[in-house]
Write a protein that binds this ligand. Structure first.
Ligand code: ZN
Length: 378
């Protein structure tokens, strides 16, 4: 045996190449693999960093509803297109959707770079193993040097991707935020089902929801009061399915210990359709334009589940998987009039939960929502 092995190669012997040298490296690769993907953002995650930027102006006197409502034009153009056919029509709402989709493209490119660097690092380790098994010490030295460089490159690419992911929520928020002077204020109160006020201050899912709605809604364009104060009832039940009551204009949520901001925001979407019936009409027209001549079917059939009541029907269109509820069709007990839609409710919810995934998965729906709450989609 040669006696010229230096300390570094001495620990790499034929007897234990995997145990002593390669296994720790493979473990390092495994740890690398678990960088967060763009869809790993849990509900609230994407806004966790963005929301503190919002500072509501307290104690602003409530203004009267504006007399001008510019949301009555039926939605036309690319916002009615199916996801696969969507293209920007250059409108402000479409440009915001493009901005969100651009974030997804950048994230995908950085992830591809990180994956490629990881694969190159892995290959460099295989070269180490090969040289070691061959007993070719000069080749092993060279392979170890290459492995070190590949590892550094993989770390660099991984860091770039992770940094981008960390900044994405703030970037998405800056795309969606309306200028300060055009923001309204959502200030929901929180009341127990018995009518007894449960909280001195609203629970977090309400304050988060209020902050989000205040940040993304141009109250003047939407044609609602500058200050909107939804009444929210929390049930004692932890399994209550949240709903909006159009007779009382109130939002009903489950027990506050289990309720989520996304649910409150969804119900606020129904409230907005209630406050501005033009929006309700627009949303029905938009859904009908998307669905074409598709006849409503059972939501359970569409979703291949049993989570809906037998009388709940809707159109499947090509709404996102997991978001088929957008196509729900409401018919009053007399069977004549549509009195509600899920278009704005699921849209606001999607915009809050993961605006980038929403813009990628159904850009036309995202564009429609932004045109309604911020303008520029007509
Ligand atoms: Zn709903």
């Amino acid at each position: 045996m040669p006696t010229t092995r230096d300390d570094r190669t001495a620990r790499v012997t034929r007897a234990v190449p995997y145990e002593a040298f390669l296994r720790p490296l493979y473990r390092a690769i495994d740890e690398f693999r678990h960088y967060p993907g763009k869809h790993d953002q849990k509900t609230h995650g994407i806004w966790a960093k963005a929301l503190p930027d919002y500072s509501p102006t307290k104690q602003q006197p409530a203004a009267q509803a504006t007399t001008e409502q510019d949301t009555t034009t039926p939605p036309t153009g690319s916002s009615c297109l199916a996801p696969k056919d969507w293209h920007s029509d250059g409108s402000p709402a479409a440009r915001r959707v493009e901005g969100l989709r651009g974030l997804a493209r950048q994230a995908d490119a950085l992830k591809a770079d990180a994956d490629a660097a990881l694969a190159a690092w892995h290959a460099s380790q295989q070269a180490c193993l090969k040289a070691d098994l061959a007993g070719d010490l000069p080749a092993l030295d060279a392979a170890i040097a290459v492995e070190g460089r590949q590892r550094a490159l993989a770390e660099q690419a991984h860091t770039a991707y992770r940094d981008f992911q960390a900044q994405a929520p703030a970037k998405a928020a800056s795309i969606l935020r309306v200028p300060e002077d055009r923001r309204g204020e959502f200030l929901a109160t929180s009341v127990h089902t018995t009518g007894k006020r449960l909280y001195q201050t609203a629970p977090k899912h309400i304050t988060d929801g209020n902050a989000f709605l205040s940040m993304v809604i141009d109250y003047e364009h939407l044609g609602i009061d500058r200050q909107t104060m939804p009444v929210v009832y929390h049930s004692a039940s932890k399994t209550l399915r949240a709903y909006f009551n159009p007779d009382t204009g109130s939002i009903h949520l489950a027990n506050p210990t289990v309720e989520k901001a996304s649910t409150y925001i969804h119900e606020a979407g129904h409230l907005i359709g209630h406050l501005n019936p033009d929006v309700l009409g627009l949303s029905i027209a938009w859904r009908n334009a998307r669905a074409g001549d598709e006849a409503p079917r059972s939501l359970n059939t569409i979703t291949k589940s049993s989570r809906y009541r037998a009388n709940e029907v809707g159109v499947a269109d090509d709404f996102r998987q997991g978001h088929e509820y957008t196509g729900k069709v409401y018919v009053s007990s007399s069977g004549r009039r549509e009195y509600a839609t899920e278009v704005l409710a699921t849209g606001l919810e999607g915009l809050y939960t993961d605006p980038v995934a929403f813009a990628v998965g159904d850009p036309g729906h995202a564009q429609y929502i932004l045109s309604v709450i911020q303008g520029g989609g007509e």
